[in-house]
Design a protein around this ligand. Structure first.
Ligand code: MD6
Ligand code: FE
Length: 214
């Protein structure tokens, strides 16, 4: 076998739907810059557990960077330019975040992607994210670019109704899922993260979710 593809998996891409795919390992060349970016962001805007409008505390710990940050409280879900915890604007995108999001979107067929929000999520072992649609954005066509770091997890990618049976997609450190266009409003979620320890991130999974809000 030639070393033409050395260092690059042959099955580097899994199609999930016409406009949805997994780019396996796509974020690995950005690893150091992404981890440094997460450290900078969480120093300025620490992870916190948001309360849902129904009064439940979310298992996933969250923070944001970019022009808009996703917030939840008893009043509802919304995007806000300032971190309600500090009253300051959310940290801006680290260069590597924007670079990776644009490259991944283009690779998946979405040229000219310009996200304005990135939700940073931290999953401890046992944490799950139930099936949902991302529907608080004005732009419901531009893709979601979702970057997995740390512990592996199983992503669920479903249909356009909550009851549609989802496919299960294993996600590893460095994998990027992109869904947009006709597939932008599909239900998706994350099964409970199995226990483990990642060499770089310890006992957690970090997910970066890029969106175009306005
Ligand atoms: C994931 N995350 O963690 C996918 N959506 O692989 C999401 O779909 C998501 O983490 C909305 C808010 C936070 C999230
Ligand atoms: Fe989501």
């Amino acid at each position: 076998m030639s070393d033409l593809f050395a260092g690059q998996a042959q099955d580097a891409r899994t199609e999930l739907a016409a406009q949805a795919c997994v780019l396996h390992g796509f974020a690995l060349p950005f690893e150091d810059a992404l981890l440094a970016g997460v450290a900078d962001i969480t120093q300025a805007a620490p992870f916190r557990h948001l309360v849902t409008p129904g009064g439940h505390t979310m298992q996933v710990a969250m923070t944001n960077c970019g022009t808009f940050g996703w917030c939840s409280d008893r009043r509802g879900y919304r995007y806000d330019r300032v971190d309600p915890q500090s009253g300051l604007p959310w940290p801006s995108f680290p260069d590597a975040f924007l670079h990776l999001a644009r490259d991944a979107a283009a690779q998946a067929g979405f040229d000219g992607y310009l996200p304005d929000a990135c939700l940073v999520n931290r999953y401890a072992p046992g944490t799950r994210l139930s099936l949902h649609q991302d529907r608080d954005e004005d732009d419901r066509v531009a893709p979601i670019v979702s970057v997995s770091l740390g512990l592996p997890a199983t992503f669920q990618f479903g249909g356009f109704a909550r009851g549609d049976r989802p496919v299960r997609v294993p996600l590893a450190h460095g994998d990027v899922v992109v869904w947009g266009g006709a597939d932008r409003m599909r239900f998706h979620g994350v099964l409970p993260v199995p226990p483990g320890r990642h060499p770089r991130l310890g006992e957690c999974r970090i997910n970066l979710t890029f969106r175009k809000v306005r």
